[in-house]
Design a protein. Structure first.
Length: 99
């Protein structure tokens, strides 16, 4: 389509994506420091990477069968789960911070 090949549309989409990534990494670092003790942080992070990578591989291997709409649906479901997990963290009573 004309919109997907327009340089200004692609460039502005890239800038929006980079802004989101720029906000994500400091935010996730702050959350990790609040909820995961330093002594366990590297192990916990590695453990949580395993299911994430399995989901990515499963969706990529199934992308031909799922199609674009199915792949985006999987991404949307994963984002909804992450959003609900974030809401649970926000609604939870404040616990002592790990130092």
């Amino acid at each position: 389509t004309a919109c997907s090949t327009s340089l200004s549309a692609v460039l502005s989409s890239f800038f929006v994506f980079e802004a989101c990534v720029g906000v994500y990494f400091p935010a996730i670092g702050t959350l990790r420091s609040l909820y995961i003790p330093d002594s366990h942080r590297s192990r916990m992070t590695a453990i949580f990477q395993v299911p994430l990578n399995l989901i990515v591989v499963a969706v990529m291997l199934s992308s031909k069968r799922l199609g674009l709409k199915g792949s985006l649906t999987c991404s949307t479901l994963a984002l909804k789960c992450a959003f609900l997990a974030q809401l649970l963290l926000l609604c939870r009573p404040q616990t002592r911070r790990h130092s």
